[in-house]
Design a protein around this ligand. Structure first.
Ligand SMILES: *Cc1c(COP(=O)(O)O)cnc(C)c1O
Length: 224
């Protein structure tokens, strides 16, 4: 077994344990393996171990890695999880199964235009800046309700859920709980929250998707 396969099994076991501890249904939390900065060989090792769902934060990097892999593994799925520039929106629509980083009106417009042009309609998650941190992407908490109304009701975009990255310092659980409440108020079923360091806490608060990178693929050579 490769070290990636072993790490995947460990993470899957921890997800299953946390899901049981939270009294949630077995299999109700999906693992998005965040392969950013890792080479194609690492993704292939994860695929060989049965992992089909991946996350990349840069559209260009994903476009360089995934089309060839997809030809060999038609069931694999890609989530774009990183901050998205407006001029990359169409490329993201063309390649992604889910875009997790919808966070501003101009990006919503660009994604809508990309959908009209390509005929593809990946599901969208609205990223919320739950800590209202100046350096972070995401819709401010206070604007989240209005932004959901704009994107779903006015623009008719396929928004299925929410995503967040809580502040690095402090307890993430109140942030996860707040996002879960927002999702419930808007009848959104997908909650992408929790990374290598805090995915168990996120599962306790209702995460349906956890995004785990370094705990599977090892520490990244450069920060992103
Ligand atoms: C890199 C990244 C992750 C994974 O982070 P790890 O701490 O390596 O698990 C999750 N979500 C987003 C948005 C990321 O950019």
């Amino acid at each position: 077994m490769t070290s990636i396969a072993a790490a995947l099994r460990t993470i899957q076991d921890r997800i299953a344990e946390a899901t049981a501890r939270a009294n949630r249904a077995e299999g109700s939390v999906a693992l998005v393996a965040v392969s950013k900065t890792n080479p194609i060989e690492a993704v292939e090792a994860a695929l060989a171990a049965g992992q089909m769902l991946f996350g990349e934060n840069r559209v260009q990097e994903a476009a360089g890695k995934f089309p060839a892999l997809r030809a060999a593994h038609p069931g694999m799925r890609l989530h774009i999880i990183g901050g998205l520039q407006t001029n990359k929106a169409e490329d993201a629509v063309a390649i992604a199964d889910v875009i997790e980083s919808l966070d501003r009106p101009r990006l919503a417009q660009a994604i809508a235009a990309g959908m009209a042009k390509t005929g593809r309609r990946p599901d969208l998650l609205v990223q919320v800046n739950v800590g209202d941190e100046a350096q972070k992407a995401g819709v401010p908490r206070a604007e989240a309700d209005a932004f959901l109304r704009l994107t779903r009701d006015e623009l008719g975009l396929p928004v299925t859920g929410l995503m967040c990255i809580p502040p690095a310092e402090g307890d993430p659980r109140p942030h996860f709980a707040w996002l879960a409440g927002l999702a419930a108020r808007h009848w959104l079923s997908v909650l992408s929250m929790g990374m290598s360091g805090d995915f168990e806490a996120a599962i306790m608060e209702g995460a349906t998707h956890v995004r785990v990178g370094s705990a599977i693929f090892g520490a990244r050579a450069y920060p992103t």
